[in-house]
Design a protein around this ligand. Structure first.
Ligand code: ADP
Ligand code: MG
Length: 263
């Protein structure tokens, strides 16, 4: 479904600010794989998602979606295949448009369209049904400005918007990190429900190791631009946070001994 091969990305190459964000990354996702992504700051997690969405073009390597090479397609040309939710609740929604206008816009995503789509009666009915699932009373607030909603409500709406046009792949970049624990738990539950309902293939970056272990069917850990751990199925299900920490320590130790050998 999604196949990344030999992906390398360096920011500001050849300067003092050179940052190697991804280093020869191979990743193959089967249809309906729900992969959680962990790793320290600067490990390359967001860059990986940006390469999938097309907002960053890799220096080397190929991105295939459903057998089609999309490496050279812009993010706009890939939009129909990809839904995204970011960490900042204000990034996925338009504050000066109403809830129903935001949903209408999301429905037309990836197609040629007028920005403000007419909201028909039939669409309105569908929006009400979809919003009811969020269990936050938003189905009764179709004509309220999105800017009036709380962070949790906006993130729930972003999630709904990202899945409304039936993308193939859902990308979530720490989308619950800015929320309080209760709201984060709610949005996390909604995420799993929507992924299952729409049979999506998903990549979810999270700082929360427990959440990473309990969500999805597969987990990858990134470090210094590489995928250093890839566990799925029973092995993932039986892992605890302490096991993940131990894996991370092993990688750090190996790195240190490499550095010593090179001296
Ligand atoms: N747009 C950018 N311009 C320059 N450097 C970047 C950019 N995006 C990421 N980087 C650098 O690439 C590396 C990986 O960043 P990122 O993918 O954001 O990591 P993560 O999401 O795991 O914290 C970091 O060293 C970061 O500073
Ligand atoms: Mg990031």
């Amino acid at each position: 479904m999604l196949q990344l091969t030999g992906i390398t990305k360096t920011f500001f190459p050849g300067t003092v600010n050179e940052r190697r964000a991804l280093e020869d990354v191979d990743l193959h996702l089967a249809p309906q794989d729900f992969v959680t992504v962990i790793g320290s700051n600067g490990a390359g997690k967001s860059t990986l998602l940006n390469v999938v969405s097309g907002s960053i073009r890799p220096d080397e390597g190929t991105v295939m979606i459903d057998g089609r090479d999309v490496t050279r397609l812009t993010d706009f040309r890939r939009a129909a295949a990809i839904g995204r939710v970011f960490q900042n609740p204000s990034m996925g929604t338009a504050p000066h448009m109403t809830i129903e206008e935001n949903l209408a816009m999301a429905m037309g995503r990836g197609r040629r369209r007028l920005l403000r789509q007419a909201v028909t009666k039939a669409k309105r009915q569908r929006f009400r049904e979809e919003l009811t699932v969020l269990e936050q009373g938003l189905e009764n607030r179709l004509t309220d400005w999105v800017g009036l909603l709380s962070g949790g409500q906006r993130q729930s709406l972003s999630l709904l918007m990202a899945t409304l046009s039936h993308p193939k792949i859902l990308l979530l970049d720490e989308h619950t990190a800015a929320l309080d624990p209760q709201r984060a738990a709610l949005v996390n539950r909604l995420t799993s429900e929507l992924v299952e309902e729409h049979r999506l293939t998903a990549l979810m970056v999270t700082h929360n190791m427990r959440q990473a272990l309990r969500t999805g069917n597969r987990l990858i850990m990134m470090h210094a631009g590489r995928i250093v751990l890839d566990v799925a199925g029973d092995r993932k299900a039986s892992m605890e946070v302490a096991d993940l920490m131990a894996e991370f320590e092993k990688i750090k130790d190996a790195e240190l001994s490499d550095a010593t050998l090179l001296q």
